[in-house]
Design a protein. Structure first.
Lengths: 251, 295
């Protein structure tokens, strides 16, 4: 059973300005007693996630809502184990498949088939598993003969089809999605939706950051509003959307 | 300098009345930074499939639409070392039969060591896209860079074949050639340890890659690649012997020339490995979790 638990998790980013990154300044700072380049020490810290405590359970489809910079992507990357929490505790049960960036490991010079292969390897599949699933993946992309062409000839929507098909082919327990459906056409959206529903049947959690209300009402069972790195609301989708839009209208 | 925020893990403050039954089931495993560092190294090895593919892909993409493909590397290497060998054997008034193979084998070793070191500094900055999108062990990217350079080395190695046949005949091929394998392993081990150090420093301080590049240029002249340590006055020879880069190059040069690496060269290489292990252990266990914030 897939399960995610967070207890007062915080993620802080140090922002290094140009001089903070300079080795010369760091050395000078040492040798000159810190008078010349004090800026090497001056570091801005951004609290991207602030004291988050939440639980996601088996079968939940979570829509992640929030303004730009509210911490949606950071939360997804935290769950993908890319960021490690500065403080707090994180417990994740189940295999995770991140779909955070469609261009992940997609090499424009390689063909669709080659990209399916390399992305499959990146996601931890074996050569044999990819071979077995190649047909199924190729089918889902609906790209036909284009799969033997270099990906640089693809449109943005075609790239998404490719990426989505491979990323969901590993039957993850937990699927993390960040704003990737923008360019998919209606036909693909239908397929993607069916695929997601079938993934859910295999005991999975889907967490999806999106700005589309339709996607949230259609796909999600629950919604989570992020605001300035904190959880503003976690509950039903209708409630969440009305709170979110209520706020945007009033401000 | 960065101030390490040691993760101060609070006790699970869980007071949600709705799910008290579940409360007891959740076990938060807290792993120490040391443990996580070891897991990173272990997983990096276990996922050899990924770094092998990525390094192979790097080379393929570089030569995607050229006729010769990766053998461009071999060709350009051949032109460089052949012309160098011809010129310098006259310049140094050396016996071409001894000097030519010595220089070619040395240049192969040098280009392996030096380009690996240069590229390792940019390991994380170059793979930043991937690192931000998917959780993979950090050491995986180090393996990738090293393996890419080893693949190039195996293309380059062809350059020495005609030289050995021309100047040495078939007598050069003896059992010592097999020592190339442990020699390369030793270089790999060193590249891995120093790769952790270089890549982390390179991610944190962006101007370090320029520093390393100029250091490597200086090292080329200080290391017996083009010149033979024997031409130094006897009391100055220690200068070459304590040079770890020389020791590492000898690990591949001596076997290719059908010689045994000297004991002092092996000792120096092993010493370098030990220092590398200590340095990388120090850095990696302390700063590994910060890498993502540096890139």
């Amino acid at each position: 059973m897939a399960q995610i638990n967070l207890r007062s998790v915080s993620v802080e980013f140090p922002i290094y300005n140009l001089s903070g990154r300079s080795f010369k300044k760091a050395v000078l700072h040492r040798t000159t007693g810190g008078t010349i380049s004090r800026d090497a020490q001056e570091k801005v810290i951004i609290k991207a996630l602030n004291d988050i405590s939440i639980d996601f359970h088996h079968g939940e489809r979570i829509g992640l809502i929030g303004h730009n910079g509210s911490g949606k992507s950071t939360l997804l990357r935290l769950l993908a184990k890319i960021y490690e929490p500065n403080t707090g505790q994180l417990h994740i049960e189940g295999q995770i498949s991140p779909l955070l960036d469609i261009s992940l490991g997609v090499e424009a010079e390689l063909t669709g088939y080659e990209n399916i292969y390399s992305r499959g390897i990146l996601l931890g599949l074996s050569r044999k598993q990819i071979k077995n699933q190649m047909h199924e993946i190729a089918e889902l992309t609906c790209l036909g003969d284009y799969l033997s062409m270099p990906v640089r000839t693809y449109s943005a929507g075609m790239k998404i089809r490719l990426a989505f098909a491979v990323s969901t082919s590993i039957k993850p327990d937990i699927l993390l999605i960040d704003e990737v459906f923008g360019a998919g056409d209606a036909d693909f959206m239908e397929k993607a939706k069916n695929r997601m529903v079938s993934l859910l049947d295999q005991s999975s959690i889907v967490i999806m950051a999106t700005h589309s209300d339709d996607l949230i009402t259609e796909f999600c069972t629950k919604a989570l509003i992020m605001d300035a790195g904190r959880i503003k609301y976690f509950g039903s989708t209708e409630e969440a959307l009305s709170i979110y839009h209520g706020k945007t209208l009033s401000t | 300098m960065i101030i390490e925020t040691e993760a101060t893990f609070s006790q699970p403050l869980y007071s949600d009345e709705r799910e008290t039954s579940e409360q007891n089931e959740i076990v938060f495993h807290q792993k120490s930074q040391k443990m996580l560092a070891w897991e990173d190294i272990r997983d990096g090895l276990l996922r050899w499939r990924i770094w092998l593919l990525l390094s192979y892909q790097d080379i393929r993409l570089r030569y995607q639409r050229s006729t010769l493909g990766p053998f461009w590397i071999t060709l350009s290497m051949a032109i460089t070392v052949y012309s160098m060998g011809y010129l310098y054997s006259h310049l140094f008034k050396m016996n071409m039969h001894d000097y030519f193979p010595y220089l070619v084998a040395g240049m192969l070793g040098w280009s392996l060591v030096s380009t690996t070191a240069t590229e390792l500094v940019e390991t994380f900055t170059q793979s930043s896209e991937l690192i931000r999108q998917i959780k993979l062990p950090y050491t995986l990217y180090i393996h990738k860079v090293i393996m890419r350079n080893f693949i190039i080395f195996f293309h380059n190695i062809l350059v020495i074949v005609p030289i050995l046949i021309l100047f040495r005949g078939t007598s050069a091929w003896n059992i010592h050639l097999l020592l190339l394998l442990p020699g390369l392993l030793l270089i790999y081990a060193n590249a891995f340890c120093y790769g952790i150090v270089l890549s982390m420093i390179g991610a944190r301080y962006r101007d370090i890659s320029q520093v390393i590049k100029s250091l490597i240029q200086i090292a080329f002249f200080l290391t017996p690649v083009m010149w033979i340590p024997d031409i130094l006055p006897p009391d100055k020879r220690f200068f070459a012997l304590i040079n770890p880069v020389y020791a590492l190059i000898e690990m591949v040069r001596a076997p290719m020339l059908g010689n045994l690496p000297t004991a002092s060269n092996v000792a120096m290489s092993l010493l370098a490995t030990l220092v590398g292990i200590a340095l990388s252990y120090y850095l990696f266990t302390r700063r590994r979790a910060r890498i993502i914030y540096w890139i």
